[in-house]
Design a protein around this ligand. Sequence first.
Ligand code: FES
Ligand SMILES: [Fe+2]
Length: 472
Amino acid sequence: MRDDPLSDQRPRPTFQEILASDADSPPLAMFAENAPWLGSGDIDKARYFSRSWHDLEMERLWPRIWQMACREEQIPEIGDSIVYEVGSYSILLVRGVDTQIRAFFNSCLHRGTQLRPGGRGEGEVVSTSMITCPFHGWSWNLDGSLAHIPTRWDFAHVDEANSDLRQVKAQTWGGFVFINMDEAAGPLEDYLGDLVGHFERWPLEDRYIAAHVQKIMPCNWKIAQEAFIEVLHVETTHPQTLPYIGDVNSQYDVFGSHVNRMITPQGVASPLLPSLEEQQIADSFIKELAGSPGPGADENFSLPRMEIAPGETARKSMAALMRGNLTATTGVDHSGLSITETLDTTMYQVFPNLMPCGGGGVPVVFRFRPNGDDPDTSIMDVMLLYAFPQDRARPDPAPMTKLGIEDSWFKAPELGGIAAIFEQDTANMPLVHRGMKAGGRQTLGKPGVTLANYQELRIRHYHMTLDRYLGV
Ligand code: FES
Ligand SMILES: [Fe+2]
């Protein structure tokens, strides 16, 4: 085995070489590169399906990490509340009279009743002036302080000084509300590390939810997530995109323990194909993918034909077209975006499960988590976040479309062309999940999964962090 297997062997051009040939002015974050050698050992399969691993995640991961619970804009008014759940943890987020968002365990201090229903009612916004338990009516103010205990005479033993709702930490970044159940947790900003600086030019807090689709996935949450963490699978799973995606030109980076990134260039043909004309690249892009058509786009959306003049590149022309399209559909001037910011998929992962796109041109955010206490299914959220004119009122968040385990992504036309990509990804997932179990829960046969050194670096990276939290 080579000492440094990550260098020198990658197909050319590298993403950084593509960036240099763009000859425009992307932000510094696009020039950052960090792909350390993290080893090449197999990863035990049992972590993807065993009950004991799931239980360990519930005990040591989810109660100890910062995780995205909702967007600030989902509870904009005083008294708005929303429930966030992961496994059996249930958190109630409430905007108080001081406009601060607070998070509480969603559990009554009397006999434990959920103060707001979770389950598939999770994510629905309820507005109220008090937090009142539906069982016997104990109630709290919006800041979690105790307001009223019915038949107070019978609870002489209850100490009012110790009867406020049990609060968990809540902080915001990029318009997302993160919670952390660990009282000893450090600040969110420390947890996010380099991410904060990278997104300075792409303020997600200035965007709104133009689409939100939530689907039950037929596999463990990590398997669902890992379909979106590498583009090694594009050649086999999404071959129709190869004429305009530089799949194997992608760059993979890690930044600290909690953040990693993948940049996939668009507007260049995959090196895996025979050489294509620039016009063929552009035609394929127009034909196959609505890309990021803009808010309100539906399945009927189509881009006009784009003529590539002699000496021009499809990449440059595609960026100009998409910039103009974004400006027209959002009402926000996108003309200052560089080519890479406009076209390329620059997807970050915030450990363990949030994937926001940087760059400004691609609006996608993913989140993955277990579906209740079932290690065999999971919940995937897809949000499309678009800019809106900052001198106008923020558009209302789009209502969430909830898809069941059997539902096709095509039932969510607000996703536009990416629904077809998700269909292809989702078709693999039960095969991966069941295939991992092919040797039974004892993982007979080959007990581990094998990862590519570079293109699956992010999978190894987040599993290393996972191992640290779990102490395994
Ligand atoms: S369980 Fe909540 S008031 Fe009784
Ligand atoms: Fe995919």
